[in-house]
Design a protein around this ligand. Structure first.
Ligand code: SF4
Length: 1014
């Protein structure tokens, strides 16, 4: 039964909505499979393989021996206290921008990534990609040495080969976007030295359409910087800004800063989303319109036309009309934007044409949003269009090159079907690839050079808004690798120069004093107010003529043809994170699918294709046996599983990149068992350079085969109770206490807060802090960063697709996604769920050996070496937050293989590794609590009550929405106590009188209450 509270229906999957027989069976079988696999060697080997590549494993034999630099100290440096980690400021580069980080170093090795509170792109938080990037450092599948035509070579061999190049050689560089000042200066030297060099910045997913749109509108190629914190109304046309790998943390911070409600009198930001598939941004929208991606341009022009009659500066669109012109979405958005002039923000994604993005820029100008909610900066391009890339590759293929150099990019996998990168490599006399893995491109190039991880190398760069930072390494390169700047410097000088010297030289040449340099290293930034300067704009005289052809084309919509929309994957991006087990196993925030990509579509489109067995009422859908379909386009065809996603627009299929990679690493590429051969499906054949993001299909049909998907959306169901609670702002204002009053707890006597317990109540001493957590569902965007942060902090194992499909995922904090309302365009509510730390914990009552019990500071603790694995506690937990080690997921791995010592070094030394047969669950990061309590005791001499905010859990620290509050609930001045006193605060399943220490603040949406008619 899906939940119905005060007329609202909540459901997690189509199977729950339709209450299939199989769904009912699954609910009543919490641990669905027996444990016979414990002795099954094949199964054991399988997870060991995943674990082996998923948790830190750096080959000792292959490590560069740290000569001279790392020596045991005979006298302990004052700053090092054994057992106490040290934090260093550094930054993570991503697609041409940096985000500031603080990285925890435990006894000389990086063990955990946090955001840098001083850095404006982070403000102390991180994304899932940032959190998981530490796992890439310890990935045993990373490339370990330089090769020439497959033979091992030294750095000296490579340097000699490059220094021998003729300066008139035709050298073609294809590089990733890079904001490094040092890189730029070396690049200039390289270009000066090699007069015939050409340089192309290649990022398969970039912002070129937005930048070129600004060029059409204002005559200058500009970067758009959206200030979501300054807007009252946001309209996003396919801009999934919350998941932007470059600036998503900052976007989320800014957006959710306008979603903090103290009382019902406060105002909320309003977000509209127009998109084809349900994205994370769309699922956080107050109102969402599903539109085919092929029709985005038509929609934007219709909106601009509707506004043109009321605003000056939009004459170009005045006479435009199409089917959208009188539609409810266009009329509503037009009315809303007009009423929020100067305080609104219209934003478009890169999947829109540059002309549609030009229209968006002109509308923002007409609405007086520029300089208010939007600014522009003139910066180097962070990637050109794929059609431009095709031209470069075609010219190398045709005319040849002396040297073709790829810096970090992997275009053999990431480019499109019509870009013959392999042909260009063949035509070049020499080809060189600097990369993390011996990947698809490396395998075709004559030279492969292994690249350092950012935690191993010196570097520098700028944030999306231009704040400068230094990247400082925390460990020597594990595999004798070199960084981009060291690599490039070999071209410039023929010599290997250490990255530190190169970066230091750049900063010296910019008149940065030693004192400022020390400050940069300490703080991670030079000056957080020094950003790119803001550029003023005015409409270009050629804008109208450049838009006229597109306007003519957009008069007619795309009709019933099925389109395919290709997106960069939220977890694996363009494939660069494909060998990362944490990310592979993180459920997709919307579909809740792990370890695969699927073809998403609406139920109506599935029926049109002839897939009755995945229709809403079908048992097959629940069984996760997704039917495979063949998708054919003019560019090529692929076969992949179909999946119905509520809210997906009809006649449209959405697929994501990053999967289906072969021979790259053990996580990304191959499985031991025939039913799980490769992780996901490569969608490259569908794409061409001119139709890289949206392409029409020539046919879509069922193949008759099915494919097993590991989807967790029905796992850990709480079966129809009032789990998530939400209201629109008008309902909230009418009844501010709707959430706690939604469900009545039986047996509460007058004047009492709780009902009498069945069991003896534990008393908690006054001298101890009493820990509790509050999670604000209005702020939570459902991004899942808390899940990864918790995994990194608490040594939580990766278990692989097969185990996940059995319902055995180990995440200590899961993010439940509930749909509400209509299946064709549902609302979405996310709810992160850690252990509730109930004061009257049902788990404790049934443990026969008292392995789970309460601490004086209110924690529901697990004593691992007492646990005998009966799993009674998990069965008795109404919140389904306990996880069981069906295998020695971690221990076997930590004591096998070539490098057990190094593997052990990679774990968080403050957290116990759990064995087979042991139950585990969220501990509120007890290791962090105790460290701060000890510090407090040392400082005060007696009190163990830390100051408010001194203890920060891993999930709380990482959360970019600042949705999680933690602290002493007995201290009425603490943030968490204040949140718990809020009128929206409610306790989950309070009617069971478990008295959970974790509580929730109900979600409030801000939908327009008046109706607009077509
Ligand atoms: S609570 Fe978790 S899922 Fe929600 S916004 Fe924070 S990190 Fe993301």
């Amino acid at each position: 039964m899906s939940t119905t509270i005060e007329g609202k229906t909540y459901w997690r999957s189509l199977n729950e909505l339709s209450q299939t027989k199989e769904y009912q069976q699954f609910l009543h079988r919490e641990f669905p499979e027996n444990a016979s696999e414990m002795t099954d060697g094949q199964t054991r080997r399988h997870f060991l393989k995943i674990m082996g590549a998923s948790i830190a494993l750096a080959g000792l034999a292959a490590c560069r021996k740290p000569v001279q630099k790392i020596l045991p100290y005979t006298k302990r440096p004052v700053e090092i206290i054994p057992g106490n980690p040290i934090y260093y400021a550094t930054a993570v580069p991503m697609m041409g921008s940096l985000t500031g980080l603080l990285v925890q170093s435990s006894d000389g090795r990086p063990t955990k990534i946090e955001g840098n509170p001083e850095h404006p792109a982070s403000l102390g938080s991180t994304s899932a990609l940032h959190q998981a990037s530490i796992l890439n450092l310890y990935d045993p599948d990373r490339s370990r040495f330089i090769t020439e035509n497959g033979s091992k070579k030294t750095l000296t061999d490579f340097s000699s080969a490059i220094s021998g190049l003729n300066e008139s050689a035709k050298v073609v560089f294809i590089s990733e976007a890079n904001s490094s000042m040092t890189y730029d200066s070396i690049k200039s030297s390289v270009q000066k030295k090699f007069k015939n060099a050409t340089w192309f910045v290649y990022e398969p997913f970039n912002s070129s359409s937005i930048e070129l749109g600004n060029e059409i509108a204002f005559g200058k190629r500009l970067r758009t910087i959206n200030h979501f914190d300054k807007a009252e109304l946001i309209v996003s046309i396919d801009d999934d800004f919350l998941t932007d790998p470059v600036n998503g943390v900052s976007n989320t911070k800014k957006f959710t800063s306008r979603k903090k409600l103290s009382t019902s009198k406060d105002n909320l930001i309003r977000l509209y989303s127009v998109e084809s598939s349900l994205s994370l941004t769309g699922s956080n929208a107050d109102t969402r319109y599903a539109v085919k991606a092929s029709d985005f341009d038509a929609f934007v022009f219709a909106l601009a036309s509707s506004l043109a009659t009321k605003l000056s500066g939009l004459d170009t669109f005045k006479n435009f009309s199409n089917e959208f012109s009188n539609s409810v979405p266009v009329k509503t958005l037009s009315k809303e934007l007009l009423s929020a002039k100067g305080k609104s923000l219209l934003t478009g994604g890169n999947s829109l044409s540059k002309e549609a993005n030009a229209a968006i820029a002109l509308v923002n100008q007409a609405l007086n949003n520029i300089s208010s909610t939007i600014t522009f900066s003139q910066v180097d391009s962070t990637g050109e269009s794929l059609t431009d890339f095709k031209q470069v590759i075609d010219s190398v293929k045709k005319d040849g090159a002396d040297v073709l150099v790829f810096i970090g990019t992997n275009p053999i996998y990431t480019s499109t079907s019509d870009i013959d990168v392999a042909g260009a490599i063949k035509s070049a006399k020499t080809s060189i690839h600097l990369s993390d893995y011996v990947d698809e491109t490396s395998k075709l190039c004559s030279w492969h050079v292994n690249r350092s991880h950012f935690l191993e190398a010196w570097g520098d760069g700028k944030s999306f808004e231009g704040v400068e930072s230094v990247i400082q390494p925390l460990i020597q390169p594990l595999f004798d690798s070199i960084s981009e700047i060291e690599f490039l410097n070999i071209f410039a000088t023929g010599k290997m120069v250490a990255g530190f010297d190169l970066v230091r030289e750049t900063w010296k040449s910019r008149a940065i004093s030693q004192k400022e340099w020390n400050k940069v290293l300490h703080d991670g930034i030079l000056d957080n107010t020094k950003m790119y300067s803001s550029i003023s704009v005015s409409t270009s005289s050629t804008a109208a003529s450049k838009l006229s052809d597109s306007l003519k084309k957009a008069m007619k919509l795309s009709g019933d043809t099925i389109e395919v929309v290709i997106k960069s994957d939220y977890k694996l991006a363009d494939g660069r994170f494909a060998n990362n087990g944490w990310l592979q196993e993180l459920p997709d925030p919307i579909t809740k699918i792990t370890w695969d990509n699927v073809a998403l579509m609406s139920a109506a489109t599935a029926a049109k294709i002839g897939l009755p067995h995945v229709a809403a009422n079908s048992a097959e859908h629940y069984q996760n046996k997704a039917p495979k379909i063949s998708i054919k386009t003019a560019n090529g065809s692929i076969t992949m599983p179909a999946w119905i996603l509520p809210g997906h627009v009809d006649n449209s299929i959405t697929v994501s990149t990053g999967y289906g990679r072969l021979g790259v690493g053990r996580v990304a590429s191959s499985y031991e068992f025939s039913d799980f051969e490769v992780v996901g499906f490569d969608v490259k054949p569908l794409r061409s350079s001119s139709t890289a993001y949206v392409v029409s299909t020539s046919s879509v049909s069922a193949t008759g085969e099915t494919y097993k998907i590991a989807c967790v959306q029905d796992h850990h169901s709480m079966e129809g109770r009032a789990i998530v609670r939400y209201a629109n702002i008008d309902e909230y204002k009418a009844k501010p206490t709707f959430a706690p009053e939604m469900v009545k707890t039986p047996g509460i006597k007058p004047g009492k807060m709780f009902a009498d317990p069945l069991f003896t109540e534990q008393s908690f001493p006054d001298y101890e802090p009493q820990w509790g957590m509050a999670i604000d569902l209005t702020s939570c965007t459902g991004c899942g960063v808390c899940t990864i942060a918790c995994q990194a902090e608490n040594n939580i194992p990766v278990i692989g697709k097969k185990e996940v499909s059995r319902g055995r995922e180990m995440h200590w904090i899961r993010v439940d996604r509930y749909f509400t309302g209509d299946e064709t365009n549902p609302g979405v509510v996310f709810q992160p769920l850690p252990c509730m730390h109930c004061e009257l914990a049902p788990c404790e009552q049934v443990c026969p050996v008292a392995a789970t019990s309460h601490s004086d500071d209110g924690l529901n603790q697990m004593t691992y070496n007492r646990c005998i694995g009966t799993r009674y506690c998990a069965n008795n937990c109404p919140y389904k937050v306990r996880r069981f080690n069906f295998f020695n997921y971690t221990k076997e791995y930590l004591t096998t293989g070539n490098d057990p010592e190094v593997v052990q070094m990679a774990m968080n030394p403050d957290v116990t590794i759990r064995f087979r047969g042991v139950m585990e669950k969220c501990s509120y990061c007890v290791q962090r609590i105790n460290r701060v309590k000890i510090q407090t005791k040392n400082e005060t001499g007696k009190s163990v009550k830390p100051a408010d905010g001194a203890v920060v859990t891993a999930c709380q620290q990482a959360c970019p929405a600042d949705a999680i509050y933690f602290g002493d609930i007995n201290d009425s001045s603490s943030k968490v106590a204040k949140m718990k006193a809020n009128e929206r605060n409610y306790r989950l399943l309070d009617e069971l009188n478990t008295r959970p220490r974790t509580s929730y603040l109900a979600k409030i949406t801000n939908k327009l209450t008046s109706t607009v008619t077509a």
